[in-house]
Design a binder for this molecule. Sequence first.
Ligand SMILES: [Zn+2]
Ligand SMILES: [Zn+2]
Length: 49
Amino acid sequence: MKRLNIEFLPLNTSKWKCRRCGCTDDKPCRDVYGKPCSWVKPDLCSECA
Ligand SMILES: [Zn+2]
Ligand SMILES: [Zn+2]
């Protein structure tokens, strides 16, 4: 049986919230270029990783 990698399954991130800066899908924080952050973990965004 092939093992699934959950990292690459399509995830519903709408309920995710960064535990460090508190950003969400609706209100992402921005990097220095003004680009919205992405998710590294369900409770950690790319800006805080
Ligand atoms: Zn964050
Ligand atoms: Zn963020």
